[in-house]
Design a protein around this ligand. Structure first.
Ligand SMILES: NC(=O)c1ccc[n+]([C@@H]2O[C@H](COP(=O)([O-])OP(=O)(O)OC[C@H]3O[C@@H](n4cnc5c(N)ncnc54)[C@H](OP(=O)(O)O)[C@@H]3O)[C@@H](O)[C@H]2O)c1
Length: 286
């Protein structure tokens, strides 16, 4: 059995990806990452209520992506089982996300969390395995408001971790995001722009793996509802979590056109510096 690890999988889009794998990819099992074990077990029980036969294919791991200790403990457990030959790791979905909190707190989960997970788990993934970073259209929308130099930074094919880390550290000290070539906006958009350019870097760092990012679309989840204002999910055009799983499933199980790219919710490649609406022509630039 091949395993896929999914972070923040106790609800929302992460849980929908778990369910999609259980339904559609019968030769795969899932490690359902949850920062709270109880919430993870409750999510597993929800799945087993749908189909008790899934019980051998879904396991809960306590996994807080903002904690070095939590991430390394989970990776150690997997490494032990891998050596004992009871587990083949085929992929990682960096889905956990935060929208509220300070710039530092949001970056910690949405950008540093991805890097932390990749450092610990990428060496355990078999050759040709997948890493999918769940980012957001908020990333390209944030970059579109930046000046030309900052836009070039956010799409830089030669991005290094040192440069990105130094920039993110500068950002954590800011009161607002209308300096350093940025055009204002929220910590969430900044964090997703950082996660997209981090994806470019990670694809180069792990050439034996297929590393990409995508947006799930505008999805009716707790996090999504934070953006509604006075609108209802219907008025805002939100889709169901199962719809949000589609682009992620595509990047996990189909052959994407390349690596280090960002894809739209329709599964087609999108630019990292401006929004491409689903259904419009695929981005083919560099
Ligand atoms: N919904 C949308 O419209 C939309 C659009 C674009 C992108 N996204 C992205 O999709 C991803 C999933 O979000 P969602 O919409 O499904 O929201 P959600 O239902 O609120 O789920 C967010 C998940 O992330 C987990 N999480 C938060 N901080 C964590 C941490 N430090 N360690 C581990 N897990 C953590 C949450 O755990 P708890 O339950 O313990 O809080 C929860 O499981 C996020 O990356 C989000 O940015 C969503």
């Amino acid at each position: 059995m091949k395993f896929i690890v999914i972070t923040g999988a106790n609800k929302g889009i992460g849980l929908a990806v778990v369910e999609a794998i259980l339904r559609e990819q019968t030769q795969y099992a899932v490690i359902l990452g949850s920062r709270d074990r109880g919430r993870g077990e409750a999510a597993r029980n929800e799945l087993l209520a749908i189909d008790p036969a899934w019980s051998d294919r879904v396991e809960v791991f306590e996994l807080d992506v903002s904690s070095d200790r939590s991430v390394s403990l989970a990776a150690e457990r997997i490494a032990e089982r891998r050596e004992g030959d009871s587990l083949r790791l085929a992929g990682l979905v960096n889905n956990a996300g935060a929208i509220n909190g300070s710039i530092a707190e949001v970056l910690e989960v949405n950008a540093y969390g991805i890097r932390r997970m990749c450092r610990a788990f990428a060496p355990l993934i078999e050759e040709g395995g997948r890493i999918v970073n769940v980012t957001s259209a908020s990333g390209p929308n944030f970059v579109a408001r930046c000046d030309a130099d900052r836009q070039a930074f956010f799409t830089d094919e030669t991005m290094t971790w040192e440069r990105l880390d130094a920039f993110m550290q500068q950002c954590t000290g800011l009161r607002s995001l209308d300096t350093l070539g940025m055009g204002g906006g929220a910590a969430y958009g900044l964090s997703k722009a950082c996660a997209n350019v981090l994806t470019i870097h990670l694809a180069k760092q792990y050439p034996d793996l297929v590393v990409n990012a995508c947006t799930p679309g505008y999805i009716d989840t707790d996090l999504g509802r934070e953006t509604l204002g006075s609108r209802t999910p219907e008025e805002a055009g939100m889709k169901a979590p199962a719809d949000g799983a589609r682009a992620i499933m595509k990047l996990l199980f189909e052959t994407p056109r390349g690596v280090g790219h960002y894809y739209g919710s329709d599964g087609l490649r999108s630019p990292m510096d401006h929004y491409r609406a689903p259904g419009s022509p695929e981005f083919t630039g560099t």
